[in-house]
Ligand binder design. Structure first.
Ligand code: PAF
Length: 286
């Protein structure tokens, strides 16, 4: 584990001098099988893997769970080593934000951050973009791996990397699920046993949206049915939406869709998504 920028840079520079390709997996810690699968994917793309653990204050809203976000550094370090990570980067807040989080130079990604998660968590993606840009500058990876579970975050990071010309290839890692379909998340541990039993409804509501659309329902009908299903199960629904992969509203010619849900069970907010294709009458390219 290193927590000083000079040590991180020295290690990465030595690998690059030796002609090695460096992959990076940024995390906020409290790691689970989903994170470790990203480390394994990173291994497939590079000779060396760096992972970071940093609970980023600037991506949490004032009423969100920053203070109680689970922090398990020793467990994370052991798990990362076992998963094949070569170096754990664990910067302190002073290293990440030398003049304090309030005085940080910020990165704001326009457009895509105004909907869905961005609309329900104002400022969240500014914090994510700001910290990911810093992490890229610190680690200087050739490739970085992000989970598909945070679908909109991945889209924001792809845009950030392309728009600022970061020389980093962005790779997506598939969502890992428990047997009952619940997507793995550090926040699942907030759920009471009764809430945990209901939580897989999120995944079922995504499958339901897909089934309805494939059976000919309109986007609006499928969205309304998913939201109703979740409410009936006890969720407070932020959104149950069908979008194009770029998160714009789909039209009849859009074959590739993504169903996205964000909903609360008690104090716990869960998100998940599912990509799928539907047949369209649109002429095929080429
Ligand atoms: O997905 C996460 O864990 C965080 O949003 C990230 C990308 C590590 C930035 O803090």
């Amino acid at each position: 584990m290193v927590d000083a920028l000079t040590d991180l840079r020295e290690r990465v520079r030595a690998w690059k001098r030796a002609g090695e390709r460096v992959a990076f997996v940024p995390t906020m810690g409290n790691l689970h099988a989903g994170h470790f699968s990203l480390v394994r994917i990173a291994r497939e793309h590079a000779d060396r893997v760096v992972a970071s653990v940093f609970v980023n204050p600037t991506q949490f809203g004032p009423n969100e769970d920053f203070a109680r976000y689970p922090r398990t550094p020793a467990q994370d370090a052991a798990g990362l080593e076992q998963a094949g990570c070569d170096l754990l980067w664990m910067p302190g807040v002073d290293t990440m934000y030398p003049f304090g989080p309030q005085a940080a130079v910020q990165i704001r990604v326009p457009g895509i951050t105004g909907v869905l998660e961005g609309a329900h968590r104002p400022g969240h993606f500014d914090g994510v973009a700001t910290v990911v840009a810093r992490l890229f500058l610190q680690v200087q990876p050739d490739v970085a791996v992000f989970g598909l579970k945070d679908y909109q975050q991945l889209a924001v990071i792809r845009y950030l990397a392309a728009e600022l010309s970061f020389p980093v290839e962005i790779v997506a890692g598939p969502t890992r699920r428990d047997e009952d379909g619940l997507a793995l998340s550090s926040r699942n541990q907030y759920l009471s046993p009764a809430e945990r039993a209901v939580a897989p409804e999120i995944h079922r509501s995504l499958l339901d949206m897909r089934e309805r659309v494939l059976a000919g329902a309109s986007v609006a009908e499928a969205e309304a049915a998913a939201a109703a299903r979740l409410r009936a199960a006890g969720f407070e629904v932020d959104y149950a939406a069908l979008r194009r992969p770029d998160l714009r509203e789909p039209g009849p010619a859009d074959g590739r869709l993504v169903a996205l849900v964000a909903a609360r069970l008690g104090r716990t907010r869960l998100i998940d998504n599912l990509e799928f294709d539907r047949p369209t009458d649109a002429p095929k390219a080429g």
